[in-house]
Design a protein around this ligand. Structure first.
Ligand SMILES: [Zn+2]
Length: 424
């Protein structure tokens, strides 16, 4: 927690985007830098509220004095923002901190109320939809999942299945704040419409955000799954308190999302993030996107299975990285070489991302995470060989949380960011 506070204080006093009222000069000595303080005019209450809640997520349950210190305003200003959130049941007073030796009144720690309305989170894959409730603390419950039957012919059939799944989660109890949806496909984030989902053509062009809003009468946010993972990492995972990082999904498909200078970068209408389709081999294999030599053609789970077959490993068509490790432990011929090649291929794309955008911290999600520490270490070795190092650079890779939970928390986080006016 101390390192998080240090990181936050560093960003408050340094390298920041300016806000309408951010006229306070930085103490760093560089006159062009502006400090990111809470905005003090009453008309900007929503932005202040967003920044305060962002700070609370970053440092955990905190007293008003801690929040005043981290956000750079007076305790009076904090009180003015906190009171309506307590009245609305978003926040609650928690643990009492006894007065220190110098005296003063006892303080209480503020945190998200257990009674606050939850968010409905939906994960939409080409063959399956999952829905659940997520509390403001990130607790996932009331999970339901349905496989799409093989004979789904059109978007109306698919939407009936999706909305029934949402209804089951929502039926659990309290009214919901809204619905966040992570889709394993391309999304037009301006309109909340699905552009395309590979292997599920019946979803192409479907206005999911509008239809869910009509059906359930609450705010709905729809985005692609990798960006949802990134937002989930930002609020509940290893991206907490960071100004720059990337999240990358490595499984049947590959995708990436960037958090740069304190903002999620989506690209126009959400077109960014197609890192799986950057070319790494101009004479390489054909990709499912119709182009040749994309990173996805050498780093997806499909590549791993295809290579396992070529290299005559046992049961190649059901191979994943966890079983591959077991084969290597048993000295099955070719297993170690395949692990080395696969982790190198993965490192190539991650190194390209690092070289171009310098996120300096990359959270990896997807099937690859099943490989655990041994696979992460091999990816790290190749990655560090492939990127430039400048003195003082701190560049790291990490594996994310369990796949489905991370995606559902991410879907909820999309809505959270929208509703509570976070800076993201
Ligand atoms: Zn491609």
């Amino acid at each position: 927690m101390d390192s998080l506070i240090r990181r936050l204080q560093a960003f408050r006093l340094g390298e920041n985007e300016s806000s309408p009222d951010d006229s306070h000069k930085s103490e760093s000595g560089k006159g062009t830098m502006l400090a990111q303080k809470l905005i003090s005019t009453g008309t900007l209450g929503a932005a202040n509220r967003g920044r305060l809640l962002q700070a609370l997520y970053d440092i955990g349950a905190s007293s008003r004095a801690d929040l005043a210190r981290v956000t750079g305003v007076t305790r009076g200003t904090i009180g003015g923002i906190v009171q309506p959130l307590l009245d609305q049941g978003v926040l609650a007073e928690g643990e009492v901190i006894p007065p220190n030796e110098t005296g003063g009144k006892p303080a209480t720690k503020l945190w998200f109320s257990k009674d606050a309305r939850p968010i409905c989170a939906v994960l939409l894959l080409h063959d399956r939809v999952s829905a659940c409730l997520v509390s403001l603390e990130g607790e996932v419950y009331a999970q339901h999942a349905v496989d799409f039957p093989k004979n789904v012919a059109n978007s109306a059939d698919a939407f009936r299945i999706i909305s029934t799944c949402v209804e089951k989660a929502v039926a659990f109890g309290k009214p919901i704040l809204g619905i966040g949806v992570a889709v394993a496909g391309m999304i037009n984030t301006e309109t909340g419409t699905i552009v395309t989902v590979s292997l599920a053509p019946f979803l192409d062009g479907f206005p999911l955000e509008t239809e869910l809003n009509k059906r359930f009468g609450v705010t709905v946010c729809v985005d692609q799954d990798t960006r949802a993972l990134l937002v989930g990492d930002r609020w509940f995972g290893q991206g907490r308190g960071r100004r720059n990082f990337a999240s990358v999904y490595i499984g049947e498909t590959l995708g990436g999302a960037l958090y740069l200078d304190g903002h999620l970068y989506r690209g126009p209408a959400g077109a960014g993030g197609e890192i799986g389709h950057t070319t790494v081999d101009i004479k390489g294999r054909m990709c499912q996107c119709g182009r040749r030599g994309c990173w996805e053609t050498i780093a997806s789970s499909k590549w791993l299975r295809t290579e396992a077959k070529v290299r005559r490993l046992p049961r190649p068509l059901s191979l994943d990285v966890s079983r591959l490790l077991t084969l290597a432990d048993k000295d099955v011929p070719g297993a170690r070489e395949l692990i080395r090649d696969y982790t190198f291929n993965i490192a190539v794309g991650l190194a390209n991302l690092q070289q171009f955008m310098a996120p300096n911290f990359i959270v990896i999600h997807g099937d690859i995470v099943r490989g655990g520490g041994p696979i992460l270490r091999l990816i790290q070795e190749s990655f560090h060989d492939l990127v430039f190092h400048r003195p003082g650079d701190d560049i790291a890779l990490a594996f994310g949380d369990g796949e489905c939970l991370a995606a559902l928390r991410g879907a909820a986080s999309l809505l959270l960011s929208e509703l509570l006016n976070f800076v993201i």
